[in-house]
Design a protein around this ligand. Structure first.
Ligand SMILES: [Fe+2]
Length: 269
């Protein structure tokens, strides 16, 4: 069967649109520019591979957590490179036998929540939102290989312990590369503690990560109030460590208002 010059046996979405709009109504003789543009968009959409079928999946924190924070999977990627990084820093890769248990799930959950709030506030599109949510959830996955006694130390870390804990960024990058995570997740895992490094999603996660840490109880400190946490982060903006517009987005999303400066009392001499 032949329709508009197309053999039905070979019919595709592209051939239908090309036939209907491309030949019958060529762009340069269409009377209305608006219709012309819409039809051209339809032709362009068909020409773009996957444009009809590609949809952004819905993010689910627990699914993402279970998928990646899994000792069997992480054990399976403890290969030469990870052993090298640990050996250089005097550490031994360490994971539990089942789902990772030696890890602060509350921190990654709140980091994800704050990152998502910033993303929503600055109106990221759905594709970027999904990438941000995944990247925030996976940012500290390298800590699964850091020994508990260092991770949960109640007082200051000595220089060697600091060196070991700092490897969690590189370890996370290596784990995620092996597990096939996307580029933004790799960027965030590798750069979330480096000032001036990383892309846009990394800049957002840096703030979410810091706010979560400051407002949570840690082995070495209590939870700071939002006022105190934001005062610390304002200082970090001034030092160029984090981005002020994303910090403001977090404040706005939480309904936080900066306290008014206390006016100094004028004393007449
Ligand atoms: Fe980290």
């Amino acid at each position: 069967m032949v329709l508009n010059g197309i053999n039905m046996a070979n019919i595709t979405p592209k051939s239908v649109v090309t036939s209907t709009f491309g030949h019958v109504l060529p762009k340069n003789i269409l009377p209305f520019r608006g219709i012309n543009d819409i039809r051209q968009e339809q032709i362009d959409a068909v020409n773009k591979k996957d444009s009809f079928t590609k949809t952004t999946p819905t993010f689910n924190f627990d699914e993402c957590y279970e998928k990646y924070y899994n000792a069997d999977k992480i054990n399976s990627v403890i290969n030469g490179r990870i052993k090298e990084i640990c050996a250089e820093n005097g550490s031994v890769p360490h994971v539990e036998d089942d789902i990772i248990t030696n890890f602060d799930k509350h921190h990654i959950e709140t980091t994800y929540e704050y990152a998502a709030k910033i993303g929503k506030e600055i109106k990221l599109n759905s594709d970027e939102m999904y990438k941000l949510e995944v990247a925030a959830t996976l940012h500290d996955i390298g800590k699964t290989l850091i020994p508990d006694e260092i991770l949960n130390k109640p007082f200051g870390l000595d220089p060697d312990e600091r060196k070991i804990i700092n490897t969690h960024s590189e370890l996370g990058y290596e784990i995620l590369k092996e597990l096939g995570a996307d580029e933004d997740a790799l960027d965030v895992a590798l750069n979330h503690h480096k000032d001036g490094a990383g892309g846009k999603l990394c800049d957002i996660v840096k703030i979410a990560d810091r706010y979560s840490a400051l407002t949570s109880v840690r082995p070495y400190k209590g939870a700071f109030t939002p006022e105190k946490a934001f005062a610390i982060l304002d200082k970090e903006v001034k030092e160029g460590k984090i981005k002020g517009d994303y910090l403001q987005a977090l404040k706005d999303s939480l309904g936080f208002k900066d306290p008014k400066p206390i006016e100094k009392e004028v004393v007449n001499a």
